[in-house]
Design a protein around this ligand. Structure first.
Ligand SMILES: [Fe+2]
Length: 220
């Protein structure tokens, strides 16, 4: 485990030891079923957390969810009414909806370590969890759009992928396992230009139980 991750977890443990309780909205909640995606229902998928304790404020997440995710969903629904035309824009809006849903679902306030399946998959491909974290952070810092850990079903390997736009450089057949939004709107209220602090905060707040569910789903 690297230095920043270790110090963060120790800090959280100290806070827990001091009797600081997580508020009700930060309690563990399962993600809504995949069928509740906006691309299925046409309505915004419910947020798991209104804020991510110790990382992202209610204002940052609320604005991001309502304006950016909500705006992309609205446009996707409009474009999806016709199966023809607007190929790039529809793909961009659909990818934006799906990636935002995966992003909001894969963060938790309570720090944790990768669970069994995710832990084994990361170690097998990257050698160690810390090596994956370092490479994922580098991918995120190089991106103006998204960084994604994806499993590729053709060769069964994991990849850290950086993409600058919703419809740029899609990994065909790739299954996203960990997703971080690197558009400035995702962090500017809370972190301003401190992109690195946002990325470090994200990797400290990955919901590994959710990632584990995604890894296990690739085996089915
Ligand atoms: Fe976003």
């Amino acid at each position: 485990m690297n230095r920043s991750r270790r110090s963060f977890l120790y800090g959280a443990a100290a806070a827990a030891g001091a009797g600081l309780a997580f508020p009700a909205w930060a309690k563990e909640k399962p993600p809504p079923p995949p069928g509740e995606s906006g691309i299925v229902t046409g309505k915004p998928r419910a947020l798991r957390y209104e804020a991510v304790e110790g990382f992202l404020s209610k204002e940052q997440i609320g604005w991001h969810h309502d304006s950016h995710y909500g705006g992309a969903l609205k446009k996707f629904v409009q474009l999806d009414a016709d199966a023809t035309g607007d190929h790039r824009l529809r793909t961009a809006k659909m990818n934006s909806v799906v990636l935002h849903e995966l992003y909001f679902d894969n963060m938790a306030g309570k720090p944790s370590d990768p669970k069994s399946s995710a832990n084994a998959a990361l170690k097998k491909r990257f050698g160690s969890v810390d090596r994956w974290i370092a490479d994922f952070r580098a991918a995120a810092l190089s991106s103006r759009g998204w960084a994604v850990l994806a499993w590729h079903p053709v060769n069964g390997k994991l990849y850290n992928i950086a993409t600058d736009a919703h419809d740029d450089g899609p990994a065909w057949f790739g299954v996203p396992l960990v997703v971080v939004d690197m558009y400035e709107h995702a962090y500017y209220l809370d972190f301003q230009n401190k992109k690195k602090d946002y990325v470090n905060g994200f990797t400290d707040h990955v919901d590994w139980a959710e990632v584990d569910r995604r890894v296990k789903a690739t085996a089915g």
